[in-house]
Design a protein around this ligand. Structure first.
Ligand code: IPE
Length: 262
């Protein structure tokens, strides 16, 4: 079984000022995904369908008073509806490509505690998977057991780590907008080199570097989650979703250029 993460930046126009789908990318990615040849769970990000509302209503930040609480309740309902709409658009496109995708709403069965998953019953996901469906989950706004915040954002990356361990995935594939992990930020340093394989030891050398933030780019959190998975014996790979054919190769079990974390 594989778990595929589709980043919100691949499916939506992430810096738009209102929720905006990237129709061209969605069409191509859905077509590539339809070439899968093994059990598969898809987890997609929220992009402009989630981050705009989540930021506006400061979901996950301490609730200051009753007025703030009502405001956050409004923000929660708007965020959930918005990311559910994106999920609907994704699964509809997958249906056009004959993928038996079913949307599963994370906030209806996952509860966080201090922004980390605390409750999550994966039984239904397992049953759908066993029957040949492709469950499609996504980054969502969920209840949080910490009374000071009450609500928090659950990223698709966290869902992936949790499901991979719980459902014993064979492989995790994370699509992003760069080829993988580099020795430096590839968007600012043309000499940055792609690292083929990252293990705990590789990261030790890079994190002792003075330019830690640059070395890991925006990927530090992802790498830590994935190294934790590697400890469980689950290998993952970061690939570039913008390059045509990469997702197709990955979901059909073929080699793709990218960074393997093991
Ligand atoms: C964020 O999910 C969820 C919300 C903002 C509601 P992700 O963190 O997985 O989304 P992307 O991939 O960054 O867009």
């Amino acid at each position: 079984m594989i778990i595929l993460k589709l980043g919100g930046s691949a499916l939506t126009i992430k810096d738009a000022d209102k929720p905006t789908i990237d129709d061209v990318n969605l069409e191509r990615i859905a077509e590539e995904v339809s070439c899968y040849n093994q059990d598969m769970i898809i987890v997609h990000g929220a992009g402009s369908f989630g981050h705009i509302h989540a930021k506006e209503y400061a979901i996950g930040e301490t609730i200051t008073d009753d007025k703030d609480k009502s405001n956050k309740i409004k923000g929660m309902s708007l965020t959930q509806a918005s990311v559910q709409l994106l999920n609907y658009k994704v699964i509809s496109k997958l249906h056009e490509k004959n993928v038996p995708a079913i949307g599963m709403k994370p906030s209806s069965f996952i509860v966080n505690k201090n922004k980390r998953i605390d409750e999550c019953d994966t039984n239904l996901i397992r049953q759908y998977l066993d029957d040949g469906f492709v469950p499609v989950l996504y980054g969502d706004a969920v209840l949080d057991k910490n009374d000071e915040i009450k609500y928090s954002i659950l990223s698709g990356d966290q869902i992936i780590t949790y499901l991979a361990k719980d459902l014993k995935a064979d492989r995790v594939i994370l699509s992003s907008d760069v080829d993988g992990i580099y020795t430096d930020n590839p968007k600012t340093n043309p000499d940055a080199k792609l690292i083929d394989i990252v293990t705990k030891d590789t990261l030790l050398t890079t994190t002792t570097n003075d330019n830690q933030a640059d070395v890991t780019g925006g990927m530090a959190g992802k790498i830590n989650e994935l190294l934790e998975l590697a400890d469980y014996g689950i290998e993952s790979q970061i690939i570039n979703a913008q390059k045509e054919g990469n997702i197709k190769l990955a979901v059909s079990g073929k080699a793709v250029k990218g960074t393997i974390i093991k």
